[in-house]
Design a binder for this molecule. Structure first.
Ligand code: IMP
Ligand code: MG
Length: 194
């Protein structure tokens, strides 16, 4: 079926297919859960100290985090955060700005920031910095994808699903102008679409 509301016509190529994504996300979930569990066990007596709080960054991380947490058999809370880096029909990331409140009760907790992709690194740097001011027990960051560009490689990030070339990608939660997040595979778009 080829209609103007179809998705497939706009795709140039599949960079990482859904099966590879699923397998890697399962692996990441196991690795992160083991690390967080080891940390949480070292927590002192206080009831909420040492709790695990996931902070997914909207909207790009929704698919990734949904899959990730189902492979992490730990007691955790989820506090979403909105960061705007680029709005609308552009592929260039701008200054990252916070578009929602940072959860206020992160002191003493083990925090895991989750985002779709590490590009310029501004988003992860900003969120990590703001969270640090609350003196959590630990802060880690996890992304499904990292672009192999100097800024991204220089940004501290604890868990990375895949390193990818410096290309604009959509699917697996990532968008162009708000579209294509629901593509199950990670894809590049035909140049005439961008
Ligand atoms: P950073 O702050 O430049 O690291 O950018 C992070 C944000 O930019 C991500 O959370 C995405 O929303 C968006 N982004 C960066 N690269 C891409 C891409 O190739 N496709 C779709 N969104 C992207
Ligand atoms: Mg995003």
């Amino acid at each position: 079926m080829t209609t103007s509301i179809g998705l497939q016509d706009d795709i140039k190529s599949v960079l990482i297919d859904r099966d590879r994504i699923a397998a890697r996300v399962r692996e990441l979930g196991r690795e992160i859960a083991a690390d967080l569990e080891a940390d949480a066990q070292r927590a002192p007596g206080d009831e909420h100290a040492g709790e695990i709080i996931l902070v997914p960054i909207l909207t790009g991380s929704i698919i990734f985090v949904a899959d990730l947490i189902r492979g992490m058999p730990l007691k955790m809370r989820i506090r979403v955060l909105s960061v705007t880096s680029y709005a609308g029909a552009t592929t260039q990331s701008k200054e990252a700005t916070l578009a929602s409140e940072i959860p206020p009760d992160l002191a003493g907790k083990h925090v895991l920031i989750v985002d779709d992709i590490l590009d310029s690194g501004k988003t992860i740097r900003l969120v990590r910095e703001l969270i640090q001011t609350q003196q959590p027990a630990s802060v880690r960051a996890c992304v499904l994808l990292r672009k192999t560009i100097p800024e991204a490689l220089a940004t501290p990030c604890d868990y990375i699903g895949f390193d990818i070339p410096d290309e604009f990608v959509v699917g697996a939660g990532l968008d162009y102008d708000g579209y294509y997040r629901n593509l199950p595979d990670l894809c590049t778009l035909r140049p005439e679409v961008l």
